[in-house]
Design a protein around this ligand. Sequence first.
Ligand SMILES: [Zn+2]
Length: 412
Amino acid sequence: MPLDPSRTVAELRELRESTGDENGAQRVAWTPTWERAREWLRGKLGELPLEYERDEAGNQWWTLRGDSDRALLIGGHIDSVPNGGWLDGCLNLMAGVEVLRRIAEEGTPPVTVRLVDWADEEGARFGRSLFGSSAASGSMADQEEIRNRTDADGIRWEDALREHGVDLDRAFDARRQLENAAAYLELHIEQGPVLESLDLPVGAVIGTFGVERWQITWRGQAAHAGSTPMDERRDALAGAAKLALEIRDVARRAGGGAVCTSGGVVCKPGIVTSVVETAVQLLDQRHMDAATLARMLEEAQAASERFAREEDVEVEWERIWNIQPILFHPELVELADEAVREVAGRSHRLPSGPLHDAAEPARIGIPTVMLFVQSLRGLSHTKLEDTKPEHLELAVQALDRLATKTLAWAAR
Ligand SMILES: [Zn+2]
């Protein structure tokens, strides 16, 4: 079958009809709807000359044997968040299906081509993302924590996994799936506004941001709102407020797409008649360059010490989570850029703010690159998530071109 990008759009609509409702996509991992979506996907690939396998971490693999055992991988995830969008994760897969159809028709490829449907990219039910891909890459370091995590109904993750045929103690056996990987490709919706603002349908992704996530606790003194003069207050919220504004300058000074977000401040006692005694603030900082990210963190911490002195309060930092920036392979980024220019006339290279499964093969040294297709209004993880059909079709073409180039690159 020659490449038919309009079929991808039709199949995505079909999936939306069968696994979504009026609130959006409902393919939450480790649920019956997710299994149904996965079965539907197997049906789409049933007629191709592929080997099928479900690995120990629950990932689904389809393999088209090539002249060499070295493998080009194309990945995505069919799971969604509750009330999710119709493209996040499944576009990657359905575009991959179309590319596989085209390659299979042309006979035996020079290297093996594999499509992977990663299990539980979103982490929607148990609050931890990238389950299947982090097991396959071996980066899953929190197996004990995973075992005991529970969902909103108190069901243990380990039990839910077993119900879906995954034995947590054997999940790492999925690592052999990446042993022969020569390259990993993933097409994803951008989930942000950059490509739309540049009026570009598709772009080449240079890597995923490094992230620093911290909880900052400011401690002052609760005092009566009526009887405490302004110059005698120890207002914990004042420190948090100053920091929330300061991080804009921190990001501006860092440049290179730096972002800093104070995503929440919880105040105690939190009543209208009291100065704030405790303010617990959340901070998220992201950058593509590890040294710059470290400097952004230092600057925010130094500023917080200054604000604490100015406001006569105490400040304490506690790390929630962090990850180093992950740069994609320079030669594959070049090929991705070429592929985009060939189908769309011009291209743009951009970092990924969100993490994706692609980060996992990339961090263990498998040459990796992603393509982004424009997201309308930058919206995702909502039923409002959308991309113009003509842009989806261009994205399928771009992935196809990139696959052809990467096959030649991997066979060299
Ligand atoms: Zn996704």
